[in-house]
Every structure is written in C-alpha cells, then in structure tokens.
Design a protein around this ligand. Structure first.
Ligand code: AMP
Length: 295
C-alpha cells in the first residue's frame, strides 16, 4: 500500500481486495439508503478515467475497480505487459474522491473451474470484435461479475471505448440488470490523441505519429460538415490522412449505426465514425459521432 494511504493523510479511501468484503460494504451502503456509483478500470489512470470519477463523485458513494481482466486479452495480446502503477493510481483515486478502490486478484474473480461467460451477440463481433474475437465476451463477463459484486446504482463508462459502452448497455437491458449506464465523452491530449493507458507504449516518434488518428477523424468530420453523406467518400478521406503517416497501419476505419454498429452506406442523421490503428506495435482506437459534434 502507498505510504501516504497508510498514514491516512490524504483521505479515508479504503482499498478492498476480497469479494465478500466488497459485497458487505455495498450491502451496508444500500441499507443506509446511499446511492453507489461505480467506475470499472484496468488502472494506470489518466485524465480520461478522472472525468469518469468526476461524474461518479456526484453520487453518495464512489467505487472504482482496478482489475486487469485476463479474459479480455487474446493469447497474443499484452496482458502481461499492460501498464500497472498501483501507487500512482491510489493517489489519483484519493485525489478524485473515490471512497472504495476494489482491487481483486485474478484468481478470486476467475477461480479454477470458472465456466460461465456473457456473450452479447452481433454487437461483439463488429468493429474491434473482428480482430479481437473473444475480447467483448471477456469484457461483458467481467463487468457482469463486477456489477454483482459492487451492486451499484449507476456505472460510468467512457465513450472512447464506444463499442464497449454500447455492449454494456445492451447487456443490462437484456439481462434486466437495474443499473443505469452513463457514458462520458472522449478525453484527449492537447494535440487530439485520445488518452489511453496504452499510449505509454509509444516511443516519442510514435506519440507524434499517433495524432494521425485524430487528424483523420477530424477530416471525416469536416467532410461530413460540408454536406457529404456517402460513407465511402468520407472513409477514403479519413484513410488518406491516417495512411499518410508511415508508422500507421489501419486495422479498420468504419462508419456505422450508433446503436447496432452495423456499417452504413449513406448517413441520414448521425453515425459513428470509428477507427483502430496500429502505431508501430501499439493498437489504438478512437471515434466520434458524426452529426453530434466531436466527443
Ligand atoms: P480502461 O482502464 O482502459 O479499461 O478504461 C476504464 C474506463 O475509462 C472505460 O470506461 C474507458 O472507456 C474509460 N476511458 C479510457 N480512456 C478514456 C478517454 N480518453 N476518455 C474517456 N474515457 C476513457
């Protein structure tokens, strides 16, 4: 535990690692009539996470989980190297007014013999689901478990992971889970790069190159704003900007329906413009909603 927390100098924030203890805390808070807001994270916190915590602070009790979820990483992905810095995270959490940090061990969340998974069909196989086939099943499963453990009234997600946000909304609807899902706009660096824990992987040169994703998305917005509605034409313009950057390799750039995530040919009112791009060995995602301003 961080020294400043041991000394109790910063806040009364508690760190809970056990499922039973977490459930006990939530049961007592609910009995006292308190509303619980929940922000699930994988840690290595930045200003994007902090904007979710700021929203969560509006409720009586704010719980944030830090859990690098093994089952949402493919076998060739970065589970082992995913950035972790508990001391920094606890300081940010305390400064953001978090009441409880829930930080369970992977073995307690997924013990030997664990067999049940939550699969949100169709939505999970589009966009990022094509190159990460089991990713959203891993996300939906862990979020469902965290919901059952933390028992929040409200859960707050970032729209930087727009597909994840839509999938979680679908899951709570389909499974009659009484939790309100709130979405928070993308928080960006000054030069437009969407904040992400994975930005840490970028070399200084790649960090500059990474802005091509935002520049591409901005180009798409500009073309949309001057009246273009044919998605092939908009996408060609977006790709041109991104592919002009030598270290960028597009995984996908798509325009799709905001709720079904199905690709569309002609935009009627609004649509999601979403991109996943490799910058060197780092895969970054970003998006904006055309017709509703850049998020
Ligand atoms: P992660 O720790 O990456 O799993 O993210 C935890 C939560 O923070 C998710 O709901 C993300 O969508 C959200 N988040 C991450 N980066 C950003 C960002 N740049 N802007 C807004 N929300 C974000």
């Amino acid at each position: 535990m961080a020294d400043f927390l041991k000394k109790g100098t910063v806040s009364d924030m508690q760190i809970i690692t056990g499922i039973r203890e977490m459930k006990g805390f939530s049961d007592s808070a609910r009995k006292e009539g308190k509303t619980i807001a929940f922000v699930p994270t994988m840690g290595y916190l930045h200003d994007g996470h902090m904007s979710l915590l700021k929203e969560g602070r509006k409720y009586d009790c704010l719980v944030m989980s830090i859990f690098v979820n093994p089952i949402q990483f493919g076998s060739d992905e970065d589970y082992n190297t995913y950035p972790r810095d508990m001391e920094m995270d606890l300081k940010i959490a305390a400064d953001s007014g978090v009441d409880i940090v829930f930080n369970p061990k992977a073995g307690e969340i997924f013990p030997e013999g664990f067999k049940t998974h939550v699969a949100v069909s169709e939505l999970s196989s589009r966009l990022c689901g094509i190159s990460r086939p089991l990713h959203f099943q891993g996300v939906a499963t862990v979020v469902a478990k965290l919901f059952n453990i933390v028992k929040p009234d409200v859960a707050i997600f970032g729209q930087k992971d727009f597909q994840q946000f839509i999938i979680i909304k679908q899951m709570v609807k389909d499974l009659n889970i009484d939790i309100e899902i709130v979405g928070i706009p993308v928080v960006r660096e000054k030069d437009g790069l969407a904040m992400s824990s994975r930005n840490k992987y970028l070399t200084p040169e790649e960090r500059i190159a990474g802005t091509c994703i935002y520049r591409g998305i901005m180009k798409g917005m500009d073309v949309f704003d001057i009246g273009e509605r044919d998605t092939d034409i908009i996408l060609r313009e977006v790709r041109n900007v991104i592919e002009n950057e030598p270290s960028a390799k597009v995984d996908y750039v798509k325009i799709c329906d905001i709720t079904t995530l199905e690709g569309i040919k002609v935009i009627k009112n609004s649509a999601l413009l979403a991109a996943a791009v490799w910058i060197g060995r780092t895969r970054l995602i970003d998006n904006c909603v055309l017709g509703r301003g850049l998020m």
